[in-house]
Ligand binder design. Structure first.
Ligand code: FAD
Ligand code: LAC
Ligand code: ZN
Length: 459
C-alpha cells in the first residue's frame, strides 16, 4: 500500500485479516473517515480497516506495527478535537484508520448489579435501547448519542449532561478489554465493585484518546433508571446570577442530574437555525434537570428561581422540548460555519470574570468573529465556540486558552486534546507530568503506532 493506494504487502495482509469488503482503499469510501465532525480537522489515510472482533483488531495492530504504519482508532467520529482522523502529514508513514464500528456485540444485562459488557463500537443510543427494558440506564448522556460509540466515550472520558450526578465515563466503567499496538490483548471485564489487584488499566485508558491501546469491549456500570424527571429553564440576568443559582441548586436539590447553561448568542443561533425559540427571557438560559421524588423538590426549585422567569416541564414532550434547546446547540452553531470549539473548565467563582473578559479577548484575536458560550455549568465546564477565523488560524484559540489558564482552569474539560490542543497542553500540565505521559506511551506503544500527533503525548 502506498499513498497513491497501490497494493503492497501490508494491504494484502490486512485484506486477509478483515476480508476485502472491510478494507477500504477507494478515496470515495475513505473520505468520510478522513474528516472530523467539525470539518476543521482532516488528513489522508492509505486505508480504512473494519475488523469484526478482538482477534482481528489484534492481528491488524500487529501487522501495522510490524510494517511501521500509523493506526488511528476511530469510533463514531463525533470527537470535537480532531483526534479521530489522521493529521495532514503523519511523518511520511503509511496511515491506517481502524474503525471499531463492527464491534457491536451487547452481552447479557446483569440485572442484579446493573452491568453489561458491550463491544467498543456500540453507540450510546444502541446501548440505551438495549437497557431500556431493565430497571437500569446509562449514567452518561450527550447530544451525539446516535453516533458516539462506547469505546470512543471511554477513550475521551466523555462527560455530558449528567456528570453532576453520575460522574464522567471513568466513573461508569467497570473494566475493559483492549489491544496494545503489538497485538497483545488485555482483558479485565469482571466488573467487580471492589478489586484492588494492581494498576487500574481501565482508568488509564479513560481519556487516552487512542494513543495507548484500542478498546474492544467495555464493562459498563449502569445506574438506576429515573422515576419522573423534571426539567426547568430559568432566565438568569448574568453569569454571576447563573453561578449563584447553580450553587443553590447543588446545595438544595436532591437527585439533581445536571445544570446546563446557554448564553444569549447561543440561544439566538438555536432559534434561527432550528426554529426553537428560547423558552424564557434572560441573558443566560439555565437548564436544571432533576429526578422528582415528590412535591417538595418542585417547591424548592420554584423558591430557587424566585422572581426570575422560569419554564418547568415534567417528563414528556415538554421536557424533551426544553432539553432540545440545550442538546442541539452544537448542531445549530455548526450550521453557521466551521467552529473553533474550545471546551474548557474554570473554578465556579472564576466563571463571571472569565466570561466578562472573553468578548474583548476574542475581538482582539479575531475581529468580527461570533462567539457562543454554553455548557455544563454545574461542572464549571464551558464550551466557548468561535465562528469566523479560518480553520487553520489559531490566534483566537491561543488567546482564549491563555485566559483559561490565567483563571486557574483546564484547557480541556471533557473533549480531550486531540490534534487541536497539543500546543497548549503545557498550560494545564507540568513538564514532569508530560514526561510521565511519554514514559507510559513508550512502555505500551514503543513503536509509536497509535495516533501519533494526537492526544496527551506530545511529538
Ligand atoms: P471518535 O470521535 O471516533 O474518537 C474520539 C477519540 O477516541 C479519538 O482520539 C480516537 O482515536 C479515540 N477512539 C475512538 N474509539 C476508540 C477505541 N475503541 N479505542 C481507542 N481509542 C478510540 N463530548 C462530551 O464529553 N460531552 C458532551 O456533552 C458532548 N456532546 C457532543 C455533542 C455533539 C453534537 C457532538 C458532535 C459531540 C459531542 N461530544 C461530547 C464529543 C464526542 O461525542 C465525544 O468525545 C465522544 O466520546 C466521541 O465518541 P466517538 O465514538 O465518536 O469517538
Ligand atoms: C455539548 C458538547 C459540545 O456539551 O460537549 O453540547
Ligand atoms: Zn459538553
Amino acid at each position: 500500500m502506498t499513498a497513491a493506494g497501490a497494493p503492497d504487502e501490508l494491504t494484502s495482509v490486512l485484506r486477509q485479516i478483515v476480508g476485502a469488503e472491510h478494507l477500504l482503499t477507494d478515496p470515495d469510501l475513505r473520505a468520510g473517515y478522513e474528516v472530523d465532525w467539525t470539518r476543521r480537522f482532516h488528513g489522508p489515510c492509505d486505508a480504512v480497516v473494519r475488523p469484526a472482533d478482538t482477534g482481528e483488531v489484534a492481528a491488524v495492530l500487529g501487522a501495522c506495527t510490524a510494517a511501521g504504519a500509523v493506526v488511528i482508532p476511530q469510533g463514531g467520529n463525533t470527537g470535537l478535537v480532531g483526534g479521530s482522523v489522521p493529521g495532514p502529514a503523519q511523518g511520511g508513514r503509511r496511515v491506517v484508520v481502524l474503525s471499531t464500528r463492527r464491534l457491536r456485540a451487547i452481552g447479557p444485562i446483569d440485572d442484579v448489579v446493573g452491568q453489561v459488557t458491550v463491544g467498543a463500537g456500540v453507540t450510546l443510543a444502541e446501548l440505551e435501547e438495549a437497557v431500556a427494558v431493565t430497571p437500569w440506564r446509562v449514567g452518561v448522556d450527550l447530544g451525539a448519542r446516535e453516533s458516539a460509540t462506547i469505546g470512543g466515550m471511554v477513550a475521551t472520558n466523555a462527560g455530558g449532561t449528567r456528570v453532576v450526578r453520575h460522574g464522567m465515563m471513568r466513573d461508569n466503567v467497570g473494566g475493559v478489554e483492549a489491544v496494545l499496538a503489538d497485538g497483545t490483548v488485555l482483558s479485565h471485564l469482571g466488573g467487580l465493585l471492589k478489586d484492588n489487584t494492581g494498576y487500574d488499566i481501565a482508568s488509564l485508558l479513560c481519556g487516552s484518546e487512542g494513543t495507548l491501546a484500542v478498546l474492544t469491549a467495555v464493562r459498563m456500570r449502569l445506574v438506576p433508571k429515573d422515576d419522573e424527571r423534571c426539567v426547568a429553564w430559568i432566565g438568569c440576568g448574568s453569569w454571576n446570577d447563573a453561578v449563584a443559582v447553580a450553587t443553590s441548586c447543588r446545595l438544595r436539590l436532591r437527585s439533581l442530574d445536571g445544570i446546563e447553561a446557554v448564553d444569549a448568542a447561543a440561544q439566538r443561533v438555536v432559534a434561527e437555525a432550528l426554529q426553537l425559540s428560547p423558552p424564557v427571557e434572560g441573558t443566560i438560559g439555565l437548564l436544571v434537570a432533576l429526578t422528582v421524588d415528590g412535591g417538595p423538590q418542585l417547591d424548592t426549585l420554584a423558591a430557587l428561581a424566585g422572581e426570575r422567569p422560569v419554564a418547568v416541564a415534567l417528563d414528556g414532550p415538554g421536557a424533551s422540548s426544553l432539553w432540545e434547546r440545550r442538546d442541539r446547540v452544537t448542531e445549530a452553531i455548526a450550521t453557521t460555519g466551521v467552529p473553533h470549539k474550545l471546551d474548557v473548565s474554570v473554578p465556579l467563582p472564576a466563571i463571571p470574570p472569565f466570561t466578562a473578559a472573553l468578548p474583548a479577548v476574542v475581538t482582539a484575536a479575531a475581529p468580527g468573529a461570533a462567539v457562543y458560550v454554553f455548557g455544563h455549568l454545574g461542572d464549571g465546564n464551558l464550551h466557548v465556540n468561535v465562528v469566523g477565523p479560518a480553520p487553520e488560524e489559531d490566534a483566537v484559540d491561543d488567546a482564549i486558552l491563555r485566559l483559561v489558564a490565567a483563571n486557574g482552569g483546564s484547557i480541556s474539560a471533557e473533549h480531550g486534546i486531540g490534534r487541536a490542543k497539543q500546543r497548549w497542553l503545557h498550560l494545564s500540565r507540568s513538564p514532569e507530568e508530560l514526561r510521565t505521559f511519554r514514559a507510559i506511551k513508550a512502555a505500551l506503544d514503543p513503536a509509536g503506532t497509535l495516533n501519533p500527533g494526537a492526544g496527551p503525548v506530545l511529538p
